[in-house]
Design a binder for this molecule. Structure first.
Ligand code: SF4
Length: 307
């Protein structure tokens, strides 16, 4: 009788480690679906490119609202910025676990490496995630597996532990060697985490969460464009280049106001919230001050388009 092919879901960012995790399993003839998550703070662009170039079977899951709750109130706190890495990762693994059970996959795997990230990839964090995700025994880290306790899937022979790896730490030397050994066709240059790990973005997000009770998808999108000024609960956003000006126009909602210089080239400014005469004057002043043609001029003497 032919042995049943094991099926795995692998959390997939498109980066080198998750690509290697897929390849290590595929080498054992395991059927792999790479799983990428989409939120208000990261998307699946990198995963799509990498999956296509490496010929992987990719599925994207939008978990933006659930993820947003974790960002607002992470049980295990934030990293250096507003990055709730442990809870974010835990949520991804839990969601992968749901799909695993519903669709009859045998286990979930990740590209995590023991000791690579101080907050989310130390031994305690890896064990905690395995336990709290409800996937203990069904959660495999192929790149560090030999340094970790044997999982159920290894014990059952669904995966050959001998062919798994024992990588740890921050050096990427072993991964670069594996690129050749496992015929990885493409991987993006290693980057940091998502935008939640950026200190400046974290400050803007914190202010938004403190000020706006129920921020919407559009509020989060707005946070990623332009310079932001607050006037009470009202936001004034100024585009920093033509691309951002276009984005602001697209994000504009019915009650938002756009301010633009009428007779000179300059930025687009979007105002969201209560727009009093004083706030509109402030928006005009800011708009004029960010145009090289009018920055020295008295904004009160300039004409503006208000849309
Ligand atoms: S870097 Fe961003 S996507 Fe990655 S675990 Fe942290 S919060 Fe989540």
């Amino acid at each position: 009788m032919t042995k049943k092919k094991a099926r795995a879901l692998v959390l997939f960012s498109g980066g080198l480690d998750s690509t290697l995790a897929v390849k290590v399993l595929e080498k054992q003839n395991i059927e792999v679906v790479a799983l990428s998550f989409v939120s208000y703070f990261f998307d699946d662009t990198k995963a799509k490119i990498s999956a296509e170039k490496n010929n992987l079977n990719l599925r994207s899951v939008n978990f933006a609202d659930m993820h947003c709750e974790v960002v607002k109130n992470p049980k295990r706190g934030y990293g250096k910025a507003m990055n709730p890495c442990i809870d974010c990762h835990l949520l991804m693994i839990r969601e992968a676990g749901k799909i695993m059970r519903e669709e009859g996959f045998d286990f979930v795997a990740t590209g995590e490496i023991l000791g690579q990230r101080p907050m989310s990839q130390n031994l305690n964090a890896l064990n905690l995630i395995a336990k709290e995700s409800g996937l203990e025994g069904r959660l495999l880290r192929p790149l560090s597996a030999k340094l970790l306790e044997e999982t159920e899937v290894e014990k059952q022979g669904l995966v050959d532990r001998e062919q798994l790896l024992d990588i740890s730490g921050r050096s990427r030397q072993r991964q670069f060697e594996l690129v050749k050994e496992l015929n990885v066709e493409y991987y993006p240059s290693p980057g940091g985490g998502c935008m939640l790990t950026e200190i400046e973005f974290g400050k803007k997000l914190k202010k938004l969460l403190q000020t706006i009770k129920k921020p919407t998808a559009s509020d989060f999108a707005l946070l990623q464009v332009g310079r932001i000024f607050w006037a009470g609960d009202t936001r004034i956003l100024v585009g920093r280049n033509s691309e951002e000006n276009e984005k602001l126009k697209k994000i504009k909602e019915e009650n938002d106001v756009l301010v633009e210089l009428q007779d000179f080239m300059g930025p687009i400014t979007l105002v969201r919230g209560i727009v009093t005469d004083e706030i509109l004057a402030e928006a005009k002043k800011i708009t004029a001050s960010y145009s090289k043609h009018t920055k020295e001029m008295d904004y009160k003497k300039l004409n503006f388009k208000i849309i």
